[in-house]
Write a protein that binds this ligand. Structure first.
Ligand code: NDP
Length: 317
């Protein structure tokens, strides 16, 4: 299907004024809609479909792609898919892309393949760079807070990763507010300001607002990017009439069928009528709600088809 050299749309930045927003008080502009590679880009997924979604994203100004070491399945294979995409299509456009990866969850066996030690984070990032065929990532995250490793060790590793040129910026994901406060101060004092926080935020899960994470980020000039903004597909029309065979709920253990409750279906009906009044899909309505929250920089969507991504991107048109 894609035998010729990729030639991205010359129109890809034509809606720049609507799409890009400053990430906190940094020099970085991020698209309001970013693309996540947690699902649909692994070794189990058809490469040409992953490739078509990635092309569509870049062709429409989505410059930020988000990874973690363990995305797949198999763990690591989403980064490998991207390495292949770099070779096939994206090498000439490296400087137009903002690529993030993370380490913090289980990646390999033994005591050094998990959590927040210097040993794990350093070797994991080296592995990620090899898989993605990159010299550096734009953003490296601590994927979760490690209560057993001294927090200074994790944070100093982030500082050193930037000083070694392996990442341009650092981020924090899923940390509670108190260690996040410490991280913000530590990183600032070590001349590597915290660029962004990545957390789960959607209409069904507002804990990060209640916990004060968004206000903290806004007050400190840290960007905020919302993951699972569609609650893995629950906040779309995907599950209204049942559980489609090709859906995440049918295929993956991350989204179980007990989430499809009568209450959810009632809520979806309400959202559907609110969305209709605004001439939007449920997904667009759900994304717009996040983008209106104080402190939010970007929504990090997943997509299993070009059509889904197209639909989601309409939120900023
Ligand atoms: P979403 O909430 O956007 O869910 C994506 C899924 O929703 C798709 O795979 C698809 O499901 C469905 N979907 C998307 N758009 C539509 C649409 N327009 N109409 C109908 N269905 C739609 O995000 P994810 O949960 O995938 O997370 C996004 C990204 O966030 C990840 O890729 C990752 O980068 C990041 N993330 C970070 C985490 C962290 O700990 N830091 C944790 C989780 C995610 P289907 O496949 O069934 O078609």
């Amino acid at each position: 299907m894609y035998n010729s050299t990729y030639s991205p749309s010359p129109e890809r930045y034509s809606s720049s004024s609507r799409l890009y927003v400053r990430c906190g008080k940094s020099g970085v502009l991020l698209p309001k809609v970013s693309l996540g590679f947690w699902h649909n880009f692994g070794s189990v997924d058809p490469y040409e479909r992953s490739r078509a979604i990635t092309h569509y994203a870049f062709d429409h100004g989505i410059t930020h792609f988000d990874f973690a070491n363990n995305y797949g399945p198999e763990p690591g294979s989403a980064e490998e898919t991207f390495g292949r995409l770099m070779d096939d299509d994206f090498k000439p456009f490296r400087d137009e892309l903002f690529i993030s990866t993370k380490a913090g969850y289980t990646m390999w066996q033994g005591p050094y393949g998990d959590w927040g030690s210097r040993k794990y984070l350093m070797s994991s990032l080296d592995q990620s760079l090899r898989r993605m065929h990159l010299d550096y990532v734009d953003l490296f995250y601590s994927h979760r807070f490690d209560p057993l490793t001294p927090v200074e060790e994790t944070l100093q590793t982030l500082v050193d990763i930037v000083k070694q040129g392996k990442a341009l910026y650092v981020g924090i994901s899923n940390w509670p507010l108190e260690p996040l406060r410490f991280a913000e101060t530590y990183l600032k004092e070590h001349d590597v300001p915290l660029l962004i926080y990545q957390g789960r935020l959607n209409m069904l899960d507002r804990k990060q607002i209640d916990d004060g994470i968004l206000d903290f980020c806004a007050d400190k000039g840290i960007g905020y990017i919302a993951f699972s903004p569609l609650a893995q597909g629950l906040l779309t029309d995907r599950y209204i009439d049942g559980i489609p065979a090709d859906s995440r709920m049918a295929k993956e253990h991350f989204l179980t069928s007990d989430r499809r409750t009568p209450q959810l279906l009632d809520y979806l009906k309400q959202l559907q009528s609110e969305a209709k009044a605004e001439n939007r899909s449920i997904a667009q309505h759900a994304l717009a709600w996040i983008l209106e929250q104080r402190g939010v920089t970007s929504v990090l969507v997943g997509a299993s088809s070009v059509q889904q991504l197209k639909n989601n991107l309409e939120v900023v048109r």
